[in-house]
Design a protein around this ligand. Structure first.
Ligand SMILES: NC(=O)c1ccc[n+]([C@@H]2O[C@H](COP(=O)([O-])OP(=O)(O)OC[C@H]3O[C@@H](n4cnc5c(N)ncnc54)[C@H](O)[C@@H]3O)[C@@H](O)[C@H]2O)c1
Ligand SMILES: CC(C)[C@H](C(=O)O)[C@@H](O)C(=O)O
Ligand SMILES: [Mg+2]
Length: 355
């Protein structure tokens, strides 16, 4: 296994360090792992003047899988847009064709009280959000900020989806639904946006190949509401890039904290980039208080999806469950009666639980 490690910015290096310790433990137990660490985002800009430099590109293109922390920070927000950390992240996703973004929102029973929702609303929650990751308003041309015909400054982006882009993500979502509870909800804004009306049409067509999956449709505004009203009505959700970005952050809070939500970004051959759904959290960076579990759980997803090592994925997930059962909590999921630990303290606990 050749794994590229991209710590990134803010809390990125702190949380990735804990996942790397898990990897080192697996290596000590006999797993053949080779890692290479390269910068992305602000860290890459600082070193190379580019958020996705050639040195990083060369490594990630030949790696089997990539583990990323997070990118971004206020010190980079005034750079020209093409130099910003977030552009580096979009560039790596596009460059590697990572169109299928899986964001599972699962509640560990031990964290039922950490959710801001009533325990009975979230108990047993297990949703998979399938977010399209290389299209939509994120990449559509034209875009920019210009002076319009009326002489006024104007910002604009373009929402676009081609038929093949919709077909391939719908296929991923139907196949995941087939392996789960066979319920797929496609989220759109077909009542207003032609682009997503087209999305809906194509998803309905793809559904003909999956008669065993029950397909439903929901407008994104309603979906945002339903996710907090009755999240357990969902099994798999498939949606475009921008709606998926927003709904997955919303879903993360159902699980107790955004620090719990992992993700996989896959290409057509299950080569993947694995990262927590959250950002670089500049407000807590450098304090050793961030929750590393989303990153550690992202490593579990890597074992499952890229390396087809369900046994190792389960081993990591079981270790996470064990430390939660033992009562260890980082600040974001802390409740009275549990034991508060630092980011590296949580890493210690997970490594010990792996033994
Ligand atoms: N995939 C990515 O790399 C990614 C994702 C989202 C945002 N960003 C970038 O991150 C920067 C900050 O963005 P933001 O503040 O909107 O979102 P954020 O996810 O970084 O932080 C939102 C809030 O959640 C908290 N939080 C996030 N992760 C946590 C963790 N592991 N443990 C404990 N608390 C955690 C933060 O402290 C903050 O209060 C921006 O530059 C943004 O562009 C990057
Ligand atoms: C940082 C940003 C480009 C990114 C996105 O919008 O996809 C982030 O919010 C995410 O969810 O991974
Ligand atoms: Mg996001």
């Amino acid at each position: 296994m050749k794994i590229a490690i991209l710590p990134g910015d803010g809390i990125g290096p702190e949380i990735v360090a804990q996942a790397v310790r898990v990897l080192e433990k697996l290596k000590a137990d006999g797993l053949a792992v080779e890692t290479v660490t390269v910068p992305l985002g602000g860290a890459a800009y600082d070193q190379y003047g580019e958020p996705y430099p050639e040195a990083t590109r060369d490594v990630v293109r030949t790696a089997d899988a990539i583990l990323l922390g997070a990118v971004g920070g206020p010190q980079y927000d005034t750079l020209p847009r093409d130099k910003r950390p977030e552009r580096g992240l979009l560039a790596i996703r596009k460059d590697l064709g990572l169109f299928g973004n899986l964001r599972p929102a699962m509640l560990y029973p031990e964290l039922a009280g950490a959710s801001t929702l009533k325990p009975e609303v979230v108990a047993g929650l297990d949703i998979m959000i399938v977010r399209e990751l290389t299209g939509d308003i994120y990449f559509g041309q034209p875009r920019g900020i210009h002076v319009n015909d009326a002489g006024e400054r104007e910002g604009f982006n373009t929402m676009r989806y081609s038929e093949s882009e919709i077909r391939r993500i719908a296929k991923v979502a139907f196949e995941i639904a087939q392996k789960r509870n066979k319920k797929l909800c496609s989220v759109d804004k077909a009542n207003v946006l032609e682009c997503t009306e087209f999305w809906k049409e194509i998803v309905i067509d793809v559904a003909k190949q999956y008669p065993d999956v029950e397909l439903s449709h929901m407008y994104v505004d309603n979906a945002a509401m339903q996710l907090v009203r009755n999240p357990k009505q969902f099994d798999v959700i498939v949606t475009g890039n921008i709606f998926g970005d927003i709904l997955s952050d919303e879903a993360s809070m159902l699980t107790g904290s955004i620090g719990m939500l992992p993700s996989a970004s896959l290409d057509a051959n299950n080569k993947g980039l694995y990262e927590p759904c959250h950002g670089s959290a500049p407000d807590i960076a450098g304090k050793n208080v961030a929750n590393p579990l989303a990153t550690i759980l992202s490593l579990a997803m890597m074992m499952r999806y890229t390396f087809a090592r369900e046994d190792i994925a389960k081993r990591i997930e079981t270790a996470v469950q064990t430390v939660l059962r033992q009562g260890y909590r980082t600040a974001d999921i802390y409740e009275a009666g549990t034991q508060k630990v630092s980011c590296s303290g949580m890493g210690d606990a997970v490594v010990a639980a792996l033994a």
